[in-house]
Design a protein. Sequence first.
Length: 130
Amino acid sequence: MDSISKLFDLAKQTRLNAYAPYSKFKVGAAILTSNGNFYTGCNVENASYPCGTCAEAGAIAAMIAGGDTKIAQILIMADTECILPCGNCLQKIAEFGNADTLIHSADIDKIVKTQKLCDILPQAFTLMEK
Ligand code: THU
C-alpha cells in the first residue's frame, strides 16, 4: 500500500474513535514523518469546551511521544468536504513541518485537496531558523 493510502486508512480508522459528543463533528488525522513513521490522532472534546483538542494536536502529540519531530505529510479527515486544519493547528504543524509539508484534506471517501503548508500558512510565526 502506498503511503498516501495508508495515511487515508489510518485517519479514517482513528476518526471513528473521536470523542465529539458536543459538536458531533468527528475528525481523524494521520501524520507521515520524514523518516517514514506514521502517527494518528482524533479530536477529544470536553464539557468545558475550550479544553477540547483537535485531531491534529493528538497526532502531533503522538509523534513527539514516539520520538519523531518532522512532519512530511498530514491528512485530516471529516465527513464533510474540504476540512482544513484550524489556525491553531496550522501553527502546530508549522512547528514540525516545513514549506513543502503536504496537507491532505479528505472526506470519508477520498482526498479532496492537497496543499503545501506554505500555501495555507505563508508566514508562520517562528523563533527558529528552519
Ligand atoms: N477540529 C479538529 O479536530 N481539527 C480541526 O482542524 C478543526 C476542528 C475539531 C474540534 C472540535 O472537536 C470539532 O472539530 C468541531 O470544531
